[in-house]
Structure formats: structure tokens, C-alpha cells
Ligand binder design. Structure first.
Ligand SMILES: [Zn+2]
Length: 548
């Protein structure tokens, strides 16, 4: 998802400074209240013994959504398989907002208990490893209302400018338990999901994967049948309800597959859709150069207009940037669209199983935002963006605060900006060419897979031949920053060292003789210069002195 700070980057382009400050004030004020109102749900963390005993391969959501009453009712089928030989309790997550009326185990009523945000199903017959069981959970209730979507998500019961319902669902940090029973952890991705969503006529539903059919229930209600056959994170499962129109274009994949690029747009903005689709396709092509083919070519690349900023919902990216393009040198791009689209690679196609590695989703995506600017505009634009990121870094806790952490424990500015800056640093340490080649190879190798920080480090080290543990430990696992010491000895000699690290950094130094690269570590390196040497003039590292 887009980071909150990005909003200011965008608004500062168009809004006079005093107004920008006013928005910031409103934002902070709203944030304070929303923390009080929110339930503070999160996902991930340490799996319970019960949740270690099974996994899920399929969800089928069969829900009637009544926007007038902000009410949801129906059932979700959860297809479970055993990870051990004696799984007897299926522990699902489903928030307390719902009343669960029945649970069935392979069609037979089952014992269950729904307390607070947990739904325990007590199986009549325990399942062994790889054995499957089909659960059906019937429930109804008022879904949690989004407080500040997408950062405090839930159901966003909005209306468009004509007063028609305009509903969206976002729950990256809270998890899917806010609307369907799930094993609510990034380690658990279904291999496919069906969504059969009933809404009042004439509203439409836009969702993940492909529209299978629309069936009419009665004179007032109809059902939209969607299905995705790709592995998908729970939080990426989403629905949107509105009087959408569809505007369609085509993206040609390298293997000749013609991929529909579909925008579900409100009628009042339909005339603006074509231009957005054009820049969408151009971005898809650029990402293919960086990281390989788009991962969901047998379905679609989807965009849906939302009344919240954005979210990388797989094959149905939420777009709420209101067509506010940034124009540089006569060329337009949409930073929000770009960010969510990159997540189709980093987040959706290449994904993490522990929120400890959240930065791989957000940091690499944010880095790629800047990379795109380099290729689309100029190297200077890239460096200006990276410098902007530095201003957002807080460094209050390590980007990776530990293992098995929840979304709430890890999510903050730094997974975006310090993560992005770290990639910027790596590109210097490894050399831009090697770095880009290996990042692309890593992306290709990990399509549809889980990955982790340690896998990324190991991959980079193996194929670049450069030891990176010190760098990863420093910038990802600690809040320590290298402390630069430059001491003038005599006769134009300077001793340069970094006393607070126990390895060497490759650092560019500008002296009276020009630029050269030196290995600088805890022991002083002597540099000759007739002028004061400038260390790291290209700003490839975060230093303690430039940061504080
Ligand atoms: Zn994001």
C-alpha cells in the first residue's frame, strides 16, 4: 500500500504551503482520533499450535452485501488440509462483529466456538497430513468500518458524487478476518479464491481474477461471480461495489498472451480512463524490463476507482488518486498507480511469509518508484526522490524487529523509506549493473514463492561475490548508522574511519585528485588531498551525521 508520507509528496506539488500545513494538521488530528476508534487488529505473528497443524488451499466467499444497512450475510467455504497427522481443531480468525450461526464439516454440522476474534472448529474426524476437509461457515453482521483506509482498513461505505453507493474493502494490516474466516497470517495463501457477491441492482462488483458470470437472484438482487486461480494473500482479496463502467485496453505479454487491462471507473470519470490505461500499460512494460513478465497474465491487470488512496489488491489495484498526474518535462506519470502496480511484483508475485520482512514489499516497491523516475525522466530525478525518502526516515526501531512479528509491530515509515534507501545503498555497493541483473534474477526465481531477507542476502552474496552480512545487519536489523570520522593529520593527509562498525564499507571519496573508491572501516585509512576530502558525495549511504 502507499505510505502516508507519499500523500504529502503529491500534494506539495499543487498546494500552497500554508494549505499543505493545514492538511498535515487535519491528518494528524484525524490520526489521533482514529487510533482511539480503531480496534487495532493486526495479522501475522507467532502461529498457535492449532494454526501450525493445517493450512488452506481455497476460500469461496458467498456473501450478500447490503450497503443501505451496512450489513453482510452469507457463508464462506474454507478448504483445509492437514500439515500434521492429527489435526483436530481448526482455528480460524473471524472478528467478533459477526454472529456465526452454523459451521459444517464436509456438509455435516460441526461443533464450534466463536469468541472474540477466533473461530474454533472441532472436527469430528481428525485429519492427517495432506488430508482435506471442507468447512462451511455461515455468519452475518456489520463489518468493521474503515477508519482511515487503507492504513486503518475495513469496509469503506462511501457514496460517489451522484449519491450512489461506492464501497471498498481494504485490510492489509488488520487481515482478512474483518470479513471472512481465514488463517490470517502471511504464511497462509490460498491457491485460488472464489467470490460470489450479491448486491442490489444495478450495482456492480469488481474483484480479483476473472468475472465468471452474473446471476439474477430476484427483482432486486444479483450476484457477481469472480474467481482467481493464482496464489493470493488474504489481504489482497477485495471487493468493490459501485455503478462502475468498464474501460478496457490490452497488454501484450512477451509470450504472446493478450492480457486485458480493465479499469472499473465511475461513469462521471469515464472520459479520463483511457489516458490512465495508457500510462498503466507503459508502466507494465517498464516493470517487465526490471523484474520479468507480469505475473497474472491469464487473468487481467485490473484497476478500480476507490474512495481511498490505494491498495495493491491482486489483479484489481485500488486507485484513488483522482487522476492527479505529476508532469515533468511534459511527461505525465501517476505516482500512486505506479506504486500499487509495482506491488504486483514485490508483494503479490514475490512475497513474504513473515511480516518481519515487510520491507521487501514496501522498501523494494518504493525503491522501484524512484528507479522508474530514473528511466522515465532522468538520473537527477531519481536522486532527488531518494533524497526525499531520506527526509521521511525515522529510525526509531530496526526495519526487522525480530521474527514472527505482527503487521502492527513492523509497519512504519521505515519499511518504505529506509528499505528503499537500503536498496539504493546496495546498488552502489554491488554496482548498478550487477545489482539490477541480480534483483531481476531474484524476482524471476521467486515468482509465486515466498521469500525472505536472508534469501535475498544469500542470493546477492552468492552471485555478486560480495559479503553483505555487515551491511544487512547494520541497516535492517539495527538502528545504528555508520559514524564517519575524518581527521587531518599533516601535510595534506587525512585519516578516514568508521569506528562503530566491524567491517569495511566501499565508499567514494572526493579529493583534490578526483573521486576514488576506498574500503573504509574501523581502522583509519589515510587519504591524500590538498582540499578537505568529501566522503560519499553521491549520498549512497545513510550516515549518522547526515541523518541526525
Ligand atoms: Zn506499498
Amino acid at each position: 500500500m502507499a505510505e502516508k508520507g507519499l500523500i504529502f509528496m503529491a500534494t506539495e506539488i499543487n498546494i500552497p504551503k500554508h494549505e499543505s500545513r493545514f492538511f498535515l494538521f487535519l491528518f494528524l488530528l484525524f490520526g489521533m482520533f482514529s487510533n482511539v476508534a480503531g480496534q487495532n487488529w493486526s495479522s501475522g505473528g507467532v502461529l498457535s499450535e492449532y494454526q501450525k497443524s493445517f493450512d488452506i488451499h481455497y476460500y469461496s466467499l458467498n456473501l450478500k452485501i447490503d450497503p443501505d444497512n451496512k450489513f453482510l450475510e452469507g457463508f464462506t467455504d474454507v478448504h483445509v488440509y492437514g500439515l500434521v497427522d492429527d489435526a483436530s481443531v481448526i482455528e480460524l480468525d473471524l472478528v467478533r462483529n459477526y454472529q456465526v450461526t452454523n459451521v459444517y464439516e464436509n456438509g455435516v454440522p460441526a461443533q464450534f466456538s466463536h469468541e472474540e476474534d477466533k473461530l474454533f472448529v472441532f472436527l469430528t474426524n481428525e485429519i492427517s497430513k495432506d488430508e482435506k476437509v471442507q468447512l462451511r461457515v455461515e455468519y452475518s453482521g456489520h463489518p468493521p468500518v474503515a477508519v482511515r483506509p487503507p492504513w486503518e482498513g475495513g469496509f469503506n461505505w462511501s457514496v460517489d458524487s451522484e449519491g450512489n453507493h461506492w464501497v471498498g474493502v481494504s485490510c492489509q494490516l488488520e487481515g482478512a478476518k474483518i470479513w471472512f474466516p481465514a488463517k490470517d497470517h502471511p504464511v497462509s495463501r490460498a491457491d485460488s479464491v472464489s467470490l460470489n457477491i450479491t448486491v442490489p441492482k444495478p450495482y456492480k462488483v469488481a474483484s480479483n481474477g476473472l468475472l465468471q458470470e452474473r446471476t439474477v437472484r430476484d427483482s432486486d438482487w444479483h450476484t457477481w461471480h469472480w474467481k482467481t486461480r493464482y496464489p493470493i494473500h488474504n489481504y489482497n482479496v477485495s471487493i468493490n461495489i459501485g455503478l462502475f463502467e468498464t474501460v478496457e485496453d490490452k497488454y501484450l505479454a512477451e509470450d504472446g498472451t493478450v492480457v486485458p487491462v480493465i479499469f472499473y471507473v465511475l461513469p462521471q470519470d469515464k472520459h479520463r480512463a483511457g489516458e490512465l490505461l495508457e500510462i498503466t500499460i507503459q508502466k507494465l512494460k517498464q516493470m517487465r524490463v526490471y523484474y520479468g513478465e507480469y505475473g497474472f497474465t491469464s487473468e487481467k491487470f485490473g484497476l478500480v476507482q476507490t474512495d481511498y488512496l490505494g491498495m495493491e489488491h491482486q489483479t484489481i489495484n485500488s486507485y484513488g488518486n483522482d487522476f492527479r498526474y505529476t508532469v515533468i518535462d511534459g511527461k505525465a506519470y501517476d505516482w500512486l498507480l505506479l506504486h500499487e502496480l509495482i506491488h504486483e511484483w514485490w508483494g503479490n508475485l514475490i512475497t513474504v511469509s513473515d511480516w518481519a520482512d515487510f520491507w521487501i514489499h514496501e522498501g523494494i516497491t518504493t525503491y522501484t518508484d524512484a528507479l522508474f523516475l530514473w528511466d522515465y525522466f532522468s538520473e537527477e530525478t531519481y536522486h532527488a526522490k531518494i533524497a526525499e525518502y531520506k527526509g521521511f526516515i525515522r529510525n526509531h526501531q530496526p526495519i526487522i524487529p525480530g521474527e514472527n512479528v505482527t503487521s502492527a509491530e513492523v509497519y512504519n515509515h521505515d519499511v518504505y523509506y529506509k528499505g528503499a534507501y537500503f536498496m539504493h545503498t546496495l546498488s552502489f555497493v554491488m554496482g548498478r549493473g550487477t545489482f539490477m541483473n541480480l534483483l531481476r534474477a531474484f524476482a524471476l526465481q521467486n515468482r509465486y514463492q515466498y521469500t525472505s531477507t536472508e534469501e535475498l542476502r544469500s542470493f546477492f552474496e552468492t552471485y555478486s561475490g560480495i559479503g553483505l552480512k555487515g551491511l544487512f545487519d547494520l541497516y535492517l536489523y539495527s538502528t545504528e548508522l555508520p559514524e564517519l570520522l575524518v581527521e587531518e593529520n599533516s601535510d595534506g593527509k587525512f585519516a578516514v574511519s568508521i569506528p562503530n562498525i566491524d567491517f569495511n564499507l566501499s565508499v567514494e571519496i572526493l579529493t583534490s585528485n578526483g573521486k576514488s573508491i576506498h574500503k573504509i572501516g574501523p581502522e583509519p585509512t589515510v587519504i591524500e588531498s590538498e582540499t578537505n576530502p568529501e566522503v560519499d558525495p553521491g549520498n549512497w549511504y545513510l550516515w549518522r551525521h547526515t541523518f541526525e
